[in-house]
Design a protein around this ligand. Structure first.
Ligand code: NAD
Ligand code: ZN
Length: 345
């Protein structure tokens, strides 16, 4: 079968033929419907080195954002039928610690000794015709379209988890949320904020087309520039935003977010650029929280699927056949993808 393989650091992935996998005990074989191209993959093959913070080693099929149809089940697996559509929960923890027991494999207490982080992250992922994965990582889609659902597995789940934790700051009338970076994750993030809160959403991106997309789904936009923070604060009546979500994570975007915060607000950095921010007691209003976040829980993913089925959260995407999977990644590298690029093997 054909697959997009991450072969080495600082090296563009390759499309090649590999053996079709067989599901092991407790696993299923999924015929892939959609595999989203995430900017984290770009970080892996373009920016990461041998001593990367995720501990990843090259030599696996990319694709940690997947959906598909049951093709075959492995030994001991019951309750799944060929052809049923599922969304994949990508993280894989040890499955037996306190964090994994609450469906939060992302924060597995045995992460340091696990063989991989997840599907398409150290273990073969879904940028292939087939993928094997633990049956416990499947979330049923019923009769909902699995191709359009694929981005939800990360571009939906990650902003959902970040926003859910910030809800105490956004409940009630007259609240403001700021979204920086309107790509795969950010645009779904705007939809989730609309679905879950009554907050006024202020959004920004370096690309005017991305801001136009955000406006169409109900956000106010403020372009980058020396007066950006002043304009954001003006929209909030001078008070600042109650929650900010930075889907870029470089020093300038974290600084913009922190300078835009209201007293007691929460600023969540989702983008993994990993750049520093210089905090001091007087650099932000009192009790502003600055935090990071990583993906979400499998229970969150059930919530995201419910939002998708109700029509409240529907990712914007462009489908690419397997032949064009590498072009899709190149467009992502070049910043030319609107919403998500989904490879349909
Ligand atoms: P994307 O490429 O689809 O979108 C990024 C957007 O940010 C683009 O629209 C781009 O124009 C915009 N942008 C870039 N620089 C900017 C700047 N200086 N100011 C304003 N906008 C800017 O990427 P994505 O797949 O949505 O991922 C976004 C980030 O989130 C990446 O860093 C990715 O690695 C990370 N990520 C984190 C998690 C997590 O669990 N924390 C999960 C998935 C992705
Ligand atoms: Zn991702």
């Amino acid at each position: 079968m054909r697959a997009v393989v991450f072969e080495d650091f600082k090296t563009f992935p390759v499309l090649k033929d590999i053996e079709k996998p067989t599901p092991g005990p407790g696993e299923v074989l999924l015929k892939v419907a959609g595999a989203g191209a995430c900017h984290s993959d770009v970080a892996i093959f373009q920016d990461f080195e041998a001593n990367n913070p995720a501990g990843l080693k090259p030599g696996f099929v990319l694709g940690h954002e997947n959906s598909g149809w049951i093709e075959e089940v492995g030994p001991g697996v019951t309750g799944f039928n060929k052809g049923e559509a599922y969304l994949v929960y990508g993280p894989i923890g040890c499955g037996r610690c306190r964090a994994c027991s609450r469906g939060q494999d992302t924060y597995c207490l045995n992460a340091a000794t696990n063989p991989y982080m997840g599907i398409g992250l150290g273990r073969n992922g879904g940028m292939a015709e087939y993928v094997t994965l633990p049956a416990r990582n499947l979330v049923p889609l019923g009769d909902a379209d699995p191709v359009a659902a694929a981005p939800l597995s990360d571009a939906g789940l990650t902003p959902y988890h970040a926003i859910k934790l910030a809800l105490p700051k956004l409940n009630g009338g007259g609240k403001f949320a700021l979204v920086i970076g309107l790509g795969g994750l950010g645009l779904v993030g705007v939809q989730i904020l609309k679905a879950l809160t009554g907050a006024t959403i202020i959004a920004t991106d370096s690309k005017p087309e991305a801001m136009a997309e955000a406006e169409m789904i109900g956000a106010l936009t403020v372009p980058a520039g020396p007066d950006q923070v002043a304009k954001i604060r003006e929209i909030t009546g001078g008070n600042g935003v109650d929650a900010a979500f930075d889907f870029v994570g470089i020093t300038p975007t974290i600084t913009t977010a922190m300078q835009s915060m209201a007293l007691m607000g929460r600023c969540t950095v989702v983008g993994i650029a990993g750049q520093p921010y210089d905090w001091s007691f007087f650099s932000a209003p009192y009790e502003v929280e600055l935090t990071s976040t990583y993906w979400g829980t499998i229970e969150d993913l059930y919530d995201v699927v419910a939002l998708y089925k109700s029509g409240l959260v529907v990712p914007q995407f462009t489908a690419y056949p397997m032949d064009q999977a590498l072009e899709a990644y190149q467009l992502l590298v070049d910043g030319k993808v609107a919403g998500r690029a989904v490879v349909t093997p």
